[in-house]
Write a protein that binds this ligand. Structure first.
Ligand SMILES: Cc1cc2nc3c(=O)[nH]c(=O)nc-3n(C[C@H](O)[C@H](O)[C@H](O)COP(=O)(O)OP(=O)(O)OC[C@H]3O[C@@H](n4cnc5c(N)ncnc54)[C@H](O)[C@@H]3O)c2cc1C
Length: 487
């Protein structure tokens, strides 16, 4: 659990417990038993809304679903406690009640199912068995909602607390299916197809050209569904390029994703492309864009630090910023782009996108782009601190990766011209300290990639050069934005 998650849980818990126990005539059990039940029921629509991709909370606050999911977890834990308080105190008041009437049995079943729901969705289970988690979560959540409706209807015709949940869920589904229909070839010459290319033993590139009417903002992600490889699965991936129109037209846009393969659908995607000789055409349905990347236009210095496939987030942000500076819409005077890769050939993964970004760098802005090639540097004795994508590679994987790397075409000269290729790992602290000390105004730092990289950036920015004391002494403020590709 993140510190923020723990803090929010504590605050929310305090508020709900005050609401439950205040004004209960010296903690009379009858006074708070039902109040806890009412509070739990009233929180349920909020809980459901916070789990959806399209909801009014997101529309009003501008927060993406991947951030709101944190609040969903906070509310879910507090709701569990309220349900337990309600159940335990009702049991104390009337121990045989749950056996005597159906609506009470339904309430008991709803409480038990909700408890199981919260416990089986803890982070280790969620991260390790995502698809299983998703199915169990959906089935249990629906069972809980139905039983809660029955219980509340039996209690006092109070099902009005719960049925809005189905409306909220329906609106979300409706928005998602509408997007699937709109973005998945309804009016596109290319139909629903996408190209999948194997780039490495653990990386593929997916690209598609189609009508995406409103485009996307740099750093946003889309849900990709490959019906022939996993009909019910959709996975979030950040679009690796800016939303420009495809060559020769003003209707269709090319979207590119760099996908690090894991054990599930992404592995099947790579295997399918390998079976077809390294490049395959597959049907692809799209839902998105989602996410609310922070606005960095007011910052004087903007630093982007990525490791491996994390570049899919920082590169379009870098490109978009340069376009905004050129159009007079952003204040940046210095832009620093750092990318740690295992092998120099990985630069060709996003060669077109990198060349396009470098080509629009306006005069009057100091732009520095550096690629750190970690396999060329000294051997890393501390695997905890790998800054490219190697975090769970074993030696066999590394060998497979090397075999692929040697086969990749040389990095185009147009890319190499604008990039300092440096052997070894980036010294994140030095880069950030230099950026902060040389900046005339506020600094923004975007970091994306392996956990170790995000940790290095956070550690560096907790140093004295970016501390509140340094700011009081006149150092620029620093905004950190980490995209860690997890929910
Ligand atoms: C907002 C966001 C943006 C992302 N952008 C990228 C990107 O640009 N490039 C990239 O390589 N990866 C990205 N990811 C991660 C990517 O979604 C997962 O690696 C992918 O879904 C794994 O699929 P799998 O079936 O092979 O995973 P598995 O091997 O089954 O699981 C590997 C990991 O991925 C997580 N995961 C699995 N399915 C999902 C899902 N549907 N939603 C969220 N997490 C899931 C699991 O919890 C687990 O931690 C992003 C994730 C998020 C949340």
């Amino acid at each position: 659990m993140y510190l923020l998650e723990a803090l929010l849980t504590a605050l929310y818990l305090m508020a709900m417990l005050l609401w439950t126990f205040c004004n209960t005539a010296d903690l009379t059990i009858k006074a708070y038993a039902n109040r806890a039940g009412h509070i739990a029921a009233a929180q349920t629509p909020l809980l459901v809304a916070l789990a959806t991709k399209n909801n009014v909370i997101g529309w009003f606050t501008g927060l993406g679903h991947e951030k709101l999911i944190l609040l969903h977890r906070v509310v879910s834990r507090v709701l569990l406690l309220e349900i337990w308080i309600h159940g335990a105190s009702r049991f104390k008041i009337n121990p045989t009640g749950a056996i005597n009437s159906l609506w009470r049995k339904e309430g008991l079943a709803a409480g038990v199912i909700y408890g199981v729901l919260v416990f089986v969705t803890i982070a280790p289970v969620r991260r390790r068995f995502y698809e299983t988690f998703f199915v169990i979560h959906t089935v249990l959540a629906f069972s809980y909602l139905v039983l809660a409706i029955l219980h509340l209807r039996g209690a006092d015709e109070m099902s009005y607390y719960i049925w809005p949940c189905f409306v909220i869920w329906g609106v979300d589904r409706g928005c998602r299916y509408l997007r699937y229909a709109l973005l998945s070839g309804v009016a596109s010459s290319a139909g629903t197809s996408a190209t999948v290319e194997v780039l490495n033993h653990d990386t593929v590139r997916v690209s598609t050209t189609r009508r995406i009417p409103l485009g996307w903002r740099a750093g946003q992600h889309m849900f990709l569904r490959f019906p022939t490889l996993g009909a019910l699965e959709s996975h979030p991936f950040t679009v690796a390029n800016v939303a420009a129109y495809a060559e020769g037209g003003r209707r269709e846009r090319k979207a590119v994703w760099i996908v690090r393969t894991r054990a599930g659908l992404t592995q099947r995607l790579k295997a399918h492309a390998e079976d077809k000789g390294g490049v395959a055409t597959v049907p692809l349905l799209l839902d998105g864009p989602y996410g609310a990347p922070p606005d960095i236009t007011p910052y004087s210095t903007c630093v982007f630090v990525a490791g491996g496939s994390g570049v899919t987030y920082t590169l379009p942000r870098f490109h978009e910023l340069l376009l905004q500076v050129a159009a007079g819409q952003a204040c940046a005077r210095r832009v620093v782009f750092v990318w740690a890769v295992r092998h120099q050939s990985h630069l060709s993964w996003v060669a077109d996108e990198l060349s396009a970004a470098l080509a629009v760098a306006p005069a009057g802005v100091e732009v520095s782009v550096a690629a750190y090639v970690t396999s060329d540097g000294p051997v890393d004795s501390d695997p905890q601190h790998t800054l490219d994508d190697d975090d769970d590679d074993d030696s066999t994987d590394a060998e497979k990766g090397a075999a692929y790397d040697e086969k990749l075409p040389p990095t185009p000269a147009s890319v190499l011209r604008g990039v300092d290729v440096i052997a070894g790992r980036p010294d994140v602290r030095k880069i950030l300290e230099d950026a902060v000390s040389r900046s005339a105004g506020p600094v923004s730092v975007d970091a994306s990639g392996p956990t170790a990289l995000a940790a290095s950036v956070r550690e560096a920015l907790s140093s004295s050069f970016a501390s509140p004391l340094a700011v009081l002494k006149g150092a620029p403020t620093v905004q950190l934005n980490v995209e860690d590709f997890s929910m």
